[in-house]
Design a protein around this ligand. Structure first.
Ligand code: 5AD
Ligand code: SF4
Length: 467
């Protein structure tokens, strides 16, 4: 009988990708994915360490799981708790001390060894021990990508594909260089093969992932090196791959080849997440961002010249140590100038082991909260304006899942806006096939006329089926 694994994912899209790959690694050793922890033989928490709140959530979840584990043990059943991801990497031994219910701790670079770890854990628990003590947070010399099985079944028309991992930039607030390790790019051929398999399974859109995705420099079969722009060009040759996205980029690595990919390659979507973090040069310097606001504006100008309808998004940190009122006003000014289609903003959260966490100029919590509220209000205003400007336009939408209401499907515009599409009326006029009245549209790119806009989504009607 097959066993069950429940994987709970926190944090970024790379963790979502990693969780899928962990499921792929466990399949050959008899584990099926389960949707809840109650019937699971193995629970994996794939954790995020980027901000304090993200890490704290993990400990409260372990508290809950401990009770399930104990209840199962009294029924004579074994359950294993594994903690993976960046909290595991950063605090592995401490986690094991703090939460004895944990059986296994593994880092983002060692999950291909999960079957071995499980075996060790099982051996350790024979004889009735409540928990095993398996810890593997190495940064192995040979990468996990060389050991992963081919990815498993289709889970929707939009998929993630990790092309780059790690970061050498060392922004002073950030844990990523410590938890994910040094920058590494997968060879072009491996990525192309994975993309082809995804497309063959029905995937239409691929988002290329990397902590510093545009620092990508992967090996070509010729021995030369491809940049991210070059990789996108290669991938755009794949028949049936309608959309290519990538995230997250750093301003320093925004080169011409990538900028021109937005101009020349139809599949390269007109959307870019390009975090700036702050609009103040003094703060950018203290953050070790290695660019100024002027440099950032210059990139935005070049991008918009290449692709005038490009939608931009960013991350911001408010209340970085030493941030003055004027520094914050510089951030507000930058936002007013760029006008993002969407953006994420966070209060600075000191992370253990990072240089900024020990600065004595920490900003009081109330000041951070007040600044965050002002920044978010401005971003929301722009986001609503961006969405409202879509009304009356026709756009291609990739339909990904059923909507809330009957006859409605939910998809994404080229600009990553969520779009609720009414497909019920068009059903009779378009020959789309499928038994279920709406299934013919699911997973497809369709042409949609936008009729309504809200702060977080659009509504529209189907004009035609594209594929
Ligand atoms: N405090 C607050 N926000 C942070 N981020 C990264 N580290 C921190 C921190 N210590 C934010 C940055 C990054 C996003 C993923 O998380 O804005 O781009
Ligand atoms: Fe962290 Fe991004 Fe800076 Fe790297 S570039 S240290 S991942 S914020």
């Amino acid at each position: 009988m097959s066993k069950k694994v429940f994987i709970k994912t926190y944090g970024c899209q790379m963790n979502v990708y990693d969780s899928k790959r962990m499921a792929d690694v466990l399949k050959p050793v008899g584990y099926e994915v389960s949707e809840n922890s109650d019937d699971a033989d193995l629970v994996i928490l794939n954790t995020c360490h980027i901000r304090e709140k993200a890490a704290e959530k993990v400990y409260s979840e372990i508290g809950r799981l401990k009770q399930t584990k104990e209840a199962k043990a009294s029924d004579g059943k074994n359950m294993y708790i594994a903690v993976a991801g960046c909290v595991a990497q950063a605090e592995g031994p401490e986690m094991m001390r703090r939460a004895p219910a944990i059986d296994m701790v593994l880092g983002p670079q060692t999950y291909h060894r999960l079957p071995d770890m499980l075996k060790t854990a099982e051996e350790q628990r024979t004889g009735g021990r409540k928990s095993a003590r398996v810890l593997d947070t190495d940064f192995p010399v040979d990468t996990k990508f060389d050991h992963l099985p081919e990815e498993s079944e289709y889970t929707g028309p939009a998929a993630f594909l990790t092309v780059q991992e790690g970061c050498d930039k060392f922004c002073t607030f950030c844990v990523v260089p410590y938890t994910r390790g040094a920058e590494y790019s997968r060879p072009v051929q491996d990525i192309v093969s994975e993309a082809k398999r995804l497309v063959a399974s029905g995937v239409v859109e691929i988002t290329l992932l990397g902590q510093n995705v545009n620092a990508y420099h992967g090996e070509l079969a010729s021995g030369e090196t491809a940049s991210l722009g070059g990789l996108i060009r290669e991938l755009s040759e794949i028949d049936g791959l309608g959309r290519i996205r990538y995230t997250t980029s750093h301003p320093r690595d925004m080169d011409d080849e990538l900028i021109f990919a937005h101009r020349d390659i139809d599949a390269c979507m007109p959307y870019l997440h390009l975090p700036v973090q702050s609009g103040s040069n003094a703060i950018l310097d203290a953050m070790n961002r290695k660019h100024t606001r002027e440099h950032y504006f210059d990139i935005i100008d070049r991008l918009r010249a290449a692709r005038p309808d490009l939608a931009l998004s960013s991350d911001f940190i408010v209340g970085f140590p030493g941030e003055t009122d004027q520094d914050f006003e510089d951030t507000m000014d930058l936002v007013r100038r760029v006008k993002y289609a969407s953006a994420y903003s966070f209060k600075y959260s000191p992370r253990p082991g990072t240089p900024a966490s020990v600065l004595e100029t920490q900003v009081p919590e109330e000041v951070k909260s007040e600044r965050l509220a002002r920044l978010q209000a401005l971003i929301n205003e722009h986001q609503l304006e961006f969405n409202t400007n879509s009304i009356g336009r026709e756009m291609d939408v990739l339909l990904e899942r059923p909507g809330k209401f009957e006859g409605q499907l939910l998809g994404r515009s080229p600009y990553l806006q969520a779009v609720h599409v009414d497909v019920s009326k068009a059903q009779n006029t378009l020959d789309v096939g499928g038994d279920n009245p709406y299934s013919g549209f699911m997973g497809k790119l369709v042409r949609v006329r936008i009729s309504e806009a809200g702060p977080n989504s659009l509504k529209g009607e189907l004009v035609s089926a594209l594929h």
